[in-house]
Design a protein around this ligand. Structure first.
Ligand code: DAK
Length: 258
């Protein structure tokens, strides 16, 4: 039995972490199942991915504390490397990934959401990195991605003080893009995913690459990268289709990812 479910809805893939009894906490098996599901996503047929948690209470309540309780330093290194490898795969997927955060997103759960491109949350969502209170550091990229997402000072405050934030504050500090009533979250995630899927897939992928890679570069290299990615879009069938339609004052044909 897999702890991670996958459902394809037209161009949108929905990944659900499904270990509800433990509030979807991440142990090694869940991480392996998540990796297998991510590896299997057909990025030619899928234009956007949504990641969420099973049940009404949690997105992911963290890495599994019971599993980490007696870890040696060596085992801790391996566990952290595993989580980091899986989350980096999510981050590097060529297609956009939306985290639909439907409750607790603590520790590894917050880190999973941070490895996604866009986060939207339900009103009952709670974010935080409580690791220092458990005698460890965030181990799945939290110190890096939280600081890059909400700024160094705010990230340090939340991590050092183990201060959780509710959805409204998460919105205010830029940790999430939008907050919805719980029963509307998946519909809103799907609406956003569909909207993304309606745009030219090659262009959307190049935009993701430009933003993610460009942010790691100096500005000269980053704008040079942007030029290359722009050039790669010119001459695609989707670009010709959309621009010709604009010039002819008509709606373009559906994009074909070519
Ligand atoms: N791990 C394992 N089980 C968990 C869990 C977790 N993170 N969170 C919840 N559960 C389990 C509970 O043990 C309980 O199981 P049973 O007792 O029913 O068998 C069940 O889920 C329901 O939880 P509660 O009964 O506690 O539910 P409440 O509504 O009362 O409370 C809560 C919900 C989310 C406030 C509470 O469960 C809680 O505080 N959970 C822990 C949250 C947390 O501290 N998360 C961060 C975990 S640390 C690293 C690698 C990774 C990491 C760090 C380093 N390296 C290797 C370097 C990442 C670390 C973390 O994520």
């Amino acid at each position: 039995m897999s702890y991670v479910k996958y459902e394809q809805k037209d161009f949108v893939g929905v990944v659900t972490i499904d270990r509800e009894k433990a509030l979807n906490a991440l142990n090694n098996e869940v991480l392996c199942d998540l990796e297998a599901v991510i590896d299997a996503v057909d990025v030619d047929k899928t234009r956007c991915l949504i990641i969420t948690g099973a049940g009404a209470k949690a997105f992911v309540a963290g890495a599994d504390i019971a599993a980490m309780c007696n870890m040696t330093s060596e085992e801790g290194r391996a566990f952290s490397a595993k989580g980091n490898a899986v989350f980096r795969k999510i981050e590097k997927l060529p297609i956009p990934v939306i985290a639909a955060v439907n409750g607790f997103a603590l520790g590894g759960g917050c880190e999973l959401a941070l490895s996604c491109d866009i986060r939207i949350a339900s009103e009952n969502a709670v974010f935080g990195q409580p690791e220092a209170g458990l005698g460890i550091t965030p181990g799945f990229g939290g110190t890096q991605r939280l600081a890059r997402t909400i700024g160094v000072g705010k990230a340090k405050e939340l991590i050092f003080a183990c201060r959780n934030v509710k959805a409204d504050e998460a919105l205010q500090i830029g940790l999430v893009n939008a907050v919805y009533p719980a029963d509307q979250l998946m519909d809103e995630a799907m609406k956003l995913a569909k909207r993304i899927s309606e745009n030219a897939p090659i262009a959307v992928r190049q935009c993701k690459k430009a933003i993610n890679m460009g942010l790691q570069m100096d500005i000269d290299s980053a704008v040079a990268l942007e030029s290359e990615l722009f050039a790669a879009c010119c001459g695609t069938q989707d670009q010709r289709n959309a621009m010709t339609a604009f010039c002819e004052k008509r709606k373009h044909d559906p994009f074909i990812n070519k």
